[in-house]
Ligand binder design. Sequence first.
Ligand SMILES: [Ca+2]
Length: 387
Amino acid sequence: MKTPVVLVTASLAIATALAATFLIATGTRGDSASFTSSAGKLEVETIATGLAYPWGLAFLPNGRMIVTEKPGRIRLVTREGQLSPPLAGVPEVWYSGQGGMHDVALDKSFAQNSTIYFCYAERAAGGGRTAVARGKLTESGTPRLTDVRVIFRQDGPLSSGNHYGCRIAQAPDNSLFVSLGDHFTARDQAQTLDNHIGKVIRITPEGAAPKDNPFAGRSDAKPEVWSYGHRNSQSLAFNPASGDLWEIEHGPRGGDEINIIGKGKNYGWPVIGYGIDYSGAKIHASTSRDGMEQPVKYWVPSIAPSGMAFYTGDLFPEWKGSLFVGALAGHMVARLPLNGNTVGSEERILQNLNERIRDVRQGPDGALWLLTDNSAGRILRVTPAAK
Ligand SMILES: [Ca+2]
């Protein structure tokens, strides 16, 4: 078993080096750099620019994209990178700290029902919480949302601006899984079931708690809870190879985790883990405990992982079956080869972009599509470079 304290000391030096690299390289980022990888040289094409802290990306059936911007907007983007005006009909978003407009997902039957789901930070008396809404997208004329309804509101201590989560993944049975953060100051609540703090929830597309949820019918539990003991989940997706739900969450100083989410399981935060508090204080009693799940991978030092994509495309045949994870503080994309539920050794690509990567998606063209996290955020398309 690794010793977290020793490894975290090393993480400070690496974090400092990363910060210095970013300052120097900011003015030189561009497409002329040579991006090497185990699949050969990569080409990075800027598709769209001028997005404010873009957060979530989804591909529409007609080849356009829908993208969220953290300050509270949703836009459509053409394949050529032309941005629509912000969609009308979006509820008021509380843009503060880590909170704002977060993920967007299309309903599985979007081609028939035009329905999308999105999650965001909502102001409540005394703080913020995560809300999930659904609406119908009209693409013709001026794109807009109609029939917008909030279908879920997170219950529990409010956030002063940190650790909202959230990502949305729709299951084959149409139910929605949503990852919810611990609000930073309420971390102990992640271990109790009578709130939505530090949980993955499962709801119907209308927002109801399915009757076969693990804690449905219990008077001491919220019926939406699917799993608990999470810190700040920034990624949620189904592994197409196994059908399992995978989740990625930020640890404190060290201890970012990839978990495979099981019904009713406890993922341990803040009782077990591999990090320490930002102050240097010890958080966890231990790294493992009976009745608490272990991650399938963790990072010490932290990379601040964000969106993920299971790669099934043909453009990078050698990468088929790999998991790609964007890194914010880590300024790169991590490629993780998978063998069943075992995560192989990590390859770090696109480090010389020097960008915080907020989301990674596989496009319908088999390319990797990225969102960069800054005030002039970009949509990037990654393909094999021409030989
Ligand atoms: Ca954990």
